[in-house]
Design a protein around this ligand. Structure first.
Ligand SMILES: NC(=O)c1ccc[n+]([C@@H]2O[C@H](COP(=O)([O-])OP(=O)(O)OC[C@H]3O[C@@H](n4cnc5c(N)ncnc54)[C@H](OP(=O)(O)O)[C@@H]3O)[C@@H](O)[C@H]2O)c1
Length: 319
């Protein structure tokens, strides 16, 4: 069915993550599939720093036999992680964890600029020809790098990238400036991660410490990174403006964020929003927000004015 799709992010699955048992992870999958959605997003590296537990949980739950389609990302983030040998090894390990012989989407998680892209692309093409995945994905690449892969695909008749995964939310819109025109030109779908700015819209206020264990917990590496990205005066000013309009219209900030992405952002048919949640009520609330309609014009105007005031502080769309 055309429209913007919804995918369940599983970066929190794993003993060292936030959804720490397979029984709890199953609740997430059940809640998600009950709402009529069947694609999950994972990666070699999830949950961050503790490689593989998310994929292992999905494998233990035999997710693919529950009708769930899996998008995953090869081992990346290290120099030479995208040599043909490293990619083949990564996929072998991942498929064993996932207990699958193929996935829907196989992404390069971020650029490995030490390995020639042509070698990496040839390796991905070999895996595609061997039937290991249906869609070739790129994540966190720059627009001009996406064009390089498209051209290599054309020149060599190799599998072409058809999906790009990147950060996109009402406070992180830099992809609109140069990336989206490239994606549209080459018919590449965009799957948006961090749609709720890892909780910044609802869980953080100027001068208040978020609860221990939150995505902004300063005692975790992930929390420190999120604080560097979002704890900026311009962002705190911006969220106060969102608070004012959300109170006026009786809607939550997260509902505004998700409905903006679904109905008013530059996402189009075939694109997707990747939901992250650490609690079942959060997931239910987010799914409910996504079933709601368009936003009032006053809220849209505020979102656009805010973007003008924060764009210089916004996170880069690529690594
Ligand atoms: N390709 C990449 O490099 C990349 C990078 C990041 C993410 N991803 C993918 O995208 C998925 C989603 O990303 P994300 O986790 O950053 O998404 P997100 O939706 O921006 O953040 C999720 C966090 O927001 C908070 N939250 C969610 N719903 C809430 C609600 N209704 N009320 C209050 N707080 C709520 C929770 O924080 P607390 O847990 O603190 O309550 C939750 O952990 C990941 O699981 C992963 O699959 C990919």
């Amino acid at each position: 069915m055309p429209g913007v799709d919804v995918i369940l992010g599983t970066a929190g699955f794993g003993e060292h993550g936030r959804i720490t048992t397979t029984a709890f992870a199953k609740e997430f999958l059940d809640t998600f599939t009950s709402a009529g959605h069947f694609v999950v997003d994972t990666a070699y590296v999830y949950p961050g720093g503790f490689q593989g537990e998310s994929e292992t949980f999905l494998g233990n739950l035999d997710a693919s036999s529950l009708g769930i389609q899996i998008d995953t990302k090869v081992r990346s983030f290290e120099n030479n992680s995208h040599t043909p040998e490293s990619i083949a090894k990564s996929v072998e390990v991942q498929f064993k964890r996932l207990r699958v012989s193929k996935v829907r989407t196989l992404y390069l998680h971020c650029p490995d600029r030490c390995t020639p892209f042509v070698d990496t692309h040839r390796a991905m093409n070999d895996l595609f020809l061997a039937g290991k995945f249906e869609r070739f994905g790129l994540s966190n690449f720059k627009a001009n790098e996406v064009e390089i892969f498209v051209k290599m695909a054309q020149d060599n008749k190799w599998v072409r990238p058809t999906v790009y995964q990147g950060i996109y939310n009402m406070f992180s819109r830099l992809s609109e400036q140069e990336l989206f025109s490239v994606l549209h030109q080459y018919h590449i779908n965009f799957f948006a991660f961090s749609p709720l700015a890892v909780g910044f819209f609802s869980n953080v206020r100027r001068g208040q410490e978020p609860p221990a264990g939150s995505r902004f917990d300063p005692n975790t590496r992930q929390g420190q990174r999120s604080r560097e990205r979002y704890f900026k005066e311009s962002f705190f000013d911006a969220i106060e403006r969102i608070d004012t309009v959300s109170a006026k219209y009786g809607v939550s900030n997260n509902s505004i964020a998700l409905r903006w992405l679904k109905h008013h952002s530059q996402l189009t048919d075939g694109d997707a929003i990747i939901l992250g949640a650490s609690k079942i009520p959060q997931l239910k609330e987010n799914l409910a927000s996504l079933s709601e309609g368009v936003l009032p014009e006053e809220i849209l105007n505020v979102i656009n004015e805010i973007w003008d005031s924060i764009k210089n502080d916004a996170p880069a769309y690529a690594r």
